[in-house]
Design a protein around this ligand. Structure first.
Ligand SMILES: Nc1ncnc2c1ncn2[C@@H]1O[C@H](COP(=O)(O)OP(=O)(O)OP(=O)(O)O)[C@@H](O)[C@H]1O
Ligand SMILES: O=P(O)(O)OC[C@H]1O[C@H](OP(=O)(O)OP(=O)(O)O)[C@H](O)[C@@H]1O
Length: 206
């Protein structure tokens, strides 16, 4: 929201309070669509929204070639890792891995020629190794506090994650005159955020 504000886009009612999912803004041609992070690529690919914001983890899991990804917003930074009990045997012949990122996980292990059994979960992955549901998990880590609180540790790094701006391919062409200056303003807002984070000694995490 602060980055959008920087780019001159403010919703007329605060989304944290409103129950509306389609919000008017101060700019006549721009409305805000409120969806779950995991649904953002679908809305943008199929034209339910021209532009979207979502995590790189979501985009990697979604896959496909349907979206432009012109800007790293540099917020919501974290890492996608394999985690398990410290010292867990990650090269055992057949390990069970619990995650909501089944596509990423399948790809990652297949590229390394490692055989795994995937268990799809929708959240609280850290619980799975504690109750013997899985040997390993694939999940996001920021401070590491959630892993630590559950007696787990990061074992392998898969990817650095942050929020990205995505754009519908057709809209990029047909609404170029609206989208191009918007992208430029968002880019300037991200640069300004990084400058002020550097000056105040913070990292730009959300
Ligand atoms: N600890 C974290 N630090 C930084 N960014 C994070 C962290 N956890 C999640 N994110 C980012 O926020 C996005 C949404 O988070 P998460 O996957 O936890 O959604 P959720 O809680 O399942 O949301 P919903 O229930 O609305 O679907 C992630 O895709 C990721 O990019
Ligand atoms: O390393 P930490 O700083 O502890 O952050 C990691 C936690 O953050 C994310 O969960 P989130 O808080 O988004 O909750 P949810 O996925 O269960 O909704 C992720 O799934 C981890 O559980």
């Amino acid at each position: 929201m602060p980055l959008l504000g920087h780019a001159g886009i403010e919703p007329v009612e605060p989304p944290q309070v409103s129950r509306r999912l389609l919000l008017a803004t101060g700019v006549a041609q721009v409305r805000l669509v409120i969806v779950r992070a995991a649904d953002a690529p679908t809305y943008v690919e199929y034209g339910g929204a021209d532009v979207g914001v979502t995590g790189k983890d979501v985009l990697m899991e979604y896959g496909g070639q349907g979206l432009y990804e012109p800007l790293d917003l540099g917020i919501a930074r974290c890492r996608l890792v394999i985690a398990g009990r410290p010292g867990a045997n990650v090269t055992a012949r057949r390990v069970r891995v619990a995650t909501k990122y089944v596509n990423i996980t399948r790809r990652y292990f297949a590229e390394q020629g490692r055989q795994v059994e995937l268990i799809k979960l929708y959240g609280s992955m850290e619980l799975a190794p504690l109750v013997g549901l899985a040997d390993l998990i694939v999940d996001l880590v920021d401070t590491g506090r959630t892993l630590q609180a559950n007696g787990l540790a990061p074992l392998e790094h898969i990817a650095d994650i942050s929020s990205r701006l995505v754009v519908n391919r057709a809209a990029m062409k047909t609404k170029h005159r609206l989208i191009k200056p918007f992208l430029a303003r968002m880019q300037a807002a991200v640069a300004a955020m990084h400058r002020s984070a550097a000056n105040s000694g913070t990292t730009g995490k959300s």
